[in-house]
Design a protein around this ligand. Structure first.
Ligand SMILES: [Zn+2]
Length: 288
């Protein structure tokens, strides 16, 4: 810590909240309003269809994109990185300042003097994975669906700005709230025991292996309703987050990818090429 640079004056805390698997229209259907207090809730597009590559991308600093036509990718990236000048309250941030690591936690910690923390829900993001680089603390939560427990663990050091990544799991299958008895979770043939079987997540987050059993429309609608309910719940916890963070903290609320609920014969995410698996909500702004 002694060799860490002195942070620029007025550098802001940054919190990135990733509601895992939350589709943009599920967030809208939830009537969720808290993210909108940061700024407009936009429909954006994830760069990847499942958790691990998507988080790598987010941690490169590239947030879900708006897919603008007639724009070169390099111009878009440039514009996205310049936004960090406002997000961090640090002058003249641009892409080349993130070189050579091109990784936000390393840049924030080693160049700007931030403390860096990750609280994650998904086993594919556990601390032994290459995603965990540049973090002072990095924890896979004991339960995959407990954002409130993450909020309890967040600490803000008055002497340095901080970066927090929160990978929130309530919105991921089985869309269960922390106080829901696992016996009441929906069980689909082939999905049972997913959290005991990391390998099943590793192959891409495609959670269902039995096509006979799961393409049941009623069941898919029930699952979608559960994701909407989970979105309502975690949206409520955003209010708690906004109360908790120091004034002047920049908060980003988004998702790592969407989810399919039977559209065109798909369920889940991962090895799926479909608009809905890339469709995510995005909002950001200053907590005053
Ligand atoms: Zn995910």
């Amino acid at each position: 810590m002694s060799e860490r640079p002195t942070p620029p004056d007025a550098a802001r805390n940054l919190v990135m909240v990733v509601f895992d698997s939350l589709r943009y229209d599920s967030y809208l259907a939830a009537g969720a309003t808290r993210a909108a207090t940061l700024g407009p809730v936009e429909r954006r597009w994830s760069y990847a269809s499942w958790t691990a590559p998507s988080h790598y991308n987010l941690l490169m600093g590239l947030l879900p994109h708006s897919s603008p036509p007639h724009v070169y990718a390099s111009e878009y990236y440039k514009g996205d990185f310049v936004r960090y000048t406002e997000r961090l309250g640090v002058a003249d941030i641009e892409f080349k300042r993130l070189l050579p690591s091109m990784y936000l936690p390393i840049y924030l910690r080693d160049t700007l003097g931030y403390t860096t923390h990750a609280l994650v829900s998904m086993p594919v993001l556990n601390r032994h994975t290459p995603v965990n680089v540049g973090f002072d603390t990095y924890e896979l939560m004991p339960r995959h669906n407990d954002m409130a427990a993450m909020l309890d663990q967040m600490r803000f050091d008055g002497t340095r700005p901080s970066f927090h990544l929160l990978n929130v799991g309530e919105t991921h299958y089985p869309y269960a709230l922390a106080d829901e008895d696992p016996a009441d979770w929906p069980h689909i043939s082939g999905v049972h025991g997913i959290f005991k079987h990391l390998d099943e997540e590793n192959i891409g987050g495609r959670l269902v292996s039995d096509p006979v059993d799961f393409f049941d429309d009623e069941r898919l609608q029930m699952l979608r309703a559960r994701q909407v309910r989970a979105a309502q719940h975690v949206d409520g916890l955003l209010e708690k987050l906004f109360d908790l963070v120091p004034s002047g903290t920049w908060v980003i609320v988004t998702s790592d990818h969407g989810e399919l609920f039977g559209e065109d014969g798909y369920f889940g995410h991962g090895p799926i090429l479909h608009e809905k698996v890339f469709e995510v909500p995005f909002a950001e702004g200053l907590v005053r």
